[in-house]
Ligand binder design. Structure first.
Ligand code: SAM
Length: 218
């Protein structure tokens, strides 16, 4: 595990503290969602990820590690040292070789075009500035490299969407996750080309497939 303390902004520090606080109970509190929906979708997402060098953003306690493709080198980043500590234990338990680094998705410590692909599950609901984080993903993934996301988003239904807006401050306080993010449009705003979006869970869960593209120079 390596990297500098990624707490450049107050919001990043708050996010880091929120996830540090819940690291020990995270797997337990997320278990129902995991069983109901997420496990299958993780498997699905990772079956499409190709290397040779892959970045996972917001690795958390390492729930994706068992799904990382064999024969691919994976670097996995998170802003929370305690979540990373759990991920390191899981990596040992499931026999996965992964480079775990402490890093803020909004300021990734990698050169442009470093990775062949990137993946994240349930992360851009928590990154303080999701567009900045997604821009960083697009920067460090090579041109045309794939970006794979599994995210919960704001409901398209206006009534449910509004209820999610109202409940959001409580959700953020309790879990660190915003429940009303517009992650599909954030992806395009960040300059990642949208290849495909699959909806699950009444449209609230999205499997998003994109491709990094270099900005055209004028
Ligand atoms: C809801 S958890 C999801 C963890 C894991 N991906 C999963 O599917 O179980 C969100 C994770 O994103 C991390 N995170 C939030 N903001 C981040 C940022 N700016 N940079 C890196 N990681 C971040 C949190 O520390 C936490 O581990």
């Amino acid at each position: 595990m390596s990297g500098p303390a990624p707490t450049e902004t107050r919001e990043s520090l708050t996010t880091q503290r929120r996830y540090d606080r819940q690291a020990a109970v995270y797997d337990l509190t997320e278990a129902p969602m995991e069983l109901l929906a997420l496990r299958g979708l993780r498997r699905r997402l990772w079956s499409e990820v190709d290397g040779p060098l892959v970045l996972e953003i917001g690795v958390g306690t390492g729930k994706n590690l068992p799904h990382h493709p064999q024969g691919v080198r994976t670097v996995a980043a998170d802003i929370s040292p305690r979540m990373l500590h759990r991920a390191a234990s899981r990596a040992r338990r499931v026999g996965r070789d992964v480079d775990l680094i402490l890093a803020d998705a909004q300021h990734l410590p990698f050169r442009d075009n470093t990775f062949d692909a990137a993946a994240a599950t349930c992360v851009f609901c928590s990154v303080p500035d999701p567009v900045a984080g997604l821009r960083e993903v697009g920067r460090v993934v090579r041109d045309d490299g794939r970006v794979h996301l599994l995210e919960h988003v704001r409901a398209a239904n206006p009534v449910i969407g509004r209820l999610m807006d109202l409940a959001n401050p409580i959700a953020v306080r309790l879990s660190g996750a915003n429940i009303n993010r517009e992650t599909v449009s954030n992806v395009t705003t960040a300059g990642i080309a949208l290849d495909d979006v699959e909806s699950r869970g009444f449209g609230i869960v999205k499997l998003i497939r994109g491709s990094a593209q270099r900005p055209t120079r004028r």
